[in-house]
Design a protein around this ligand. Structure first.
Ligand code: NAP
Length: 287
C-alpha cells in the first residue's frame, strides 16, 4: 500500500479496536482493486464518539465502520439513519455525503442474507420456522433480515426472556410471526424448524460451548453459527455429524463489509475463495 496526496480514507471506530478484522478485509479489497485508498483502525473512547464522527468529513474521510461500543450511540449522532438501521437499533456503517453529512446504515442483515444465500442456496424459507438463539445486536439484524425472506415464523430463544420480548416487540412486522421462548424450552422451539441460527456468544473462544439436541431436527435443516472465532464451533461440528448443511460465521463477516467499501471507494467487491483463505488465516482462536 502506498499513501499519496490523493489517498481515499475510511476506517473502523471501536474501543478497543485492535481485535477487529475489518482492516484486513478492506485492505484485501483495496489491494485487489489497486485503489489509492487506506482503511484504518480508529481507537475512539465512548465519550469521544460524537467528536470523532463529526471530524470525519473535516479530515476528508469517506466514512467508517463502527464496532463495540459505538453501534447504538451512533444512531443519535448521525444526520440520517436508513430505515433498516433504525429498525435494528444500531449503525455499523457511516457514509459521508458530498455535503459532509453523516448517513448511518446497518449492513449486518445484508451480510447474513448474502451468506445464507451463498452457503445454502437450497434453503427454502417456507420449510419451517426459523429458530434464532440469542437476542443481542446480531440477533436483531438477523431477525430483520429473515423477516424479508418469506419465512412464516421466527422463534427467538434467549437466556433472558425479557431481551427476547423486547426484540420481538421492536421488530414486529405483519410479514412474520415472531414468538419468544425461554432457554429451557429450546428443544421444543426447535421442533419442525427450517433453520437454526446461533446468534449468542456461546461457542466463542473463551465462552462455554453451545450444545443442542439435534435429534428431532429434519436433516435438511441448515444450522448456522455466526460465531467466527473459532469458525468450526462445537455446534457446527455436531450438526455436520448429524448430516445438516452447516454455515459458519466467516461469510456474514465478509459480506457485511461490501456495502461500505462500495460506497467509500466506488468499486463493487465480491467474497472470493482467495479472500476467505486470507481471512481464515487471521481467525485462529487466541485462547
Ligand atoms: P450481544 O449483543 O452481547 O448478545 C449476546 C447474546 O448472547 C445475548 O442474547 C445473550 O443473552 C447471549 N448469551 C451470552 N452468554 C450466554 C450464556 N452463557 N448462555 C446463554 N446465552 C448467552 O452480542 P452480539 O453482538 O449479538 O454478538 C453475538 C455473537 O455473534 C458474538 O459471538 C459475535 O462475535 C457474533 N457476531 C458475528 C458476526 C458475523 O459477522 N459473523 C456479526 C455480529 C456478531 P442475554 O440476553 O441473556 O444476555
Amino acid at each position: 500500500m502506498k499513501i499519496s496526496g490523493t489517498t481515499r480514507l475510511a476506517g473502523i471506530m471501536g474501543w478497543p479496536v485492535t481485535h477487529s478484522r475489518s482492516p484486513v478485509l478492506h485492505g484485501f479489497w483495496l489491494d485487489e482493486n489497486e485503489i489509492d485508498g487506506a482503511y484504518l483502525p480508529l481507537p475512539v473512547r465512548p465519550e469521544h464518539i460524537e467528536q470523532a464522527l463529526r471530524a470525519l468529513p473535516i479530515l476528508g474521510f469517506r466514512g467508517c465502520n463502527l464496532t463495540i461500543p459505538h453501534k447504538q450511540t451512533a444512531l443519535s449522532v448521525v444526520d440520517s439513519v436508513e430505515p433498516l438501521a433504525r429498525r435494528i437499533g444500531a449503525v455499523n456503517t457511516v457514509i459521508i455525503g458530498p455535503d459532509g453529512s453523516l448517513e448511518g446504515r446497518n449492513t449486518d442483515a445484508f451480510g447474513f442474507c448474502e451468506n445464507l444465500r451463498e452457503a445454502v442456496p437450497e434453503w427454502n424459507p417456507a420449510a419451517g420456522p426459523a429458530v434464532i438463539l440469542g437476542a443481542g445486536g446480531a440477533a436483531r439484524a438477523i431477525v430483520a433480515a429473515l423477516a424479508d425472506t418469506g419465512v412464516a415464523e421466527i422463534r427467538i430463544v434467549n437466556r433472558t426472556l425479557a431481551h427476547a420480548a423486547a426484540l420481538a416487540s421492536d421488530l414486529s412486522t405483519p410479514k412474520v410471526a415472531i414468538t419468544v421462548h425461554s432457554w429451557d424450552k429450546v428443544s421444543t422451539a426447535q421442533r419442525e424448524a427450517g433453520l437454526i441460527v446461533n446468534a449468542t456468544s456461546l461457542g466463542m473462544a473463551g465462552e462455554p460451548a453451545l450444545i443442542l439436541d439435534l435429534s428431532s431436527l429434519p436433516p435438511s435443516t441448515p444450522v448456522v453459527d455466526i460465531v467466527y472465532v473459532p469458525l468450526e464451533t462445537e455446534l457446527l461440528a455436531a450438526a455436520r455429524r448429524h448430516g445438516h448443511p452447516v454455515v459458519d460465521g466467516l461469510g456474514m463477516l465478509l459480506h457485511q463489509g461490501r456495502p461500505g467499501f462500495e460506497a467509500w471507494f466506488g468499486v463493487p467487491v465480491q467474497v472470493t475463495h482467495e479472500l476467505r483463505a486470507a481471512m481464515r488465516a487471521t481467525l485462529a482462536p487466541t485462547r
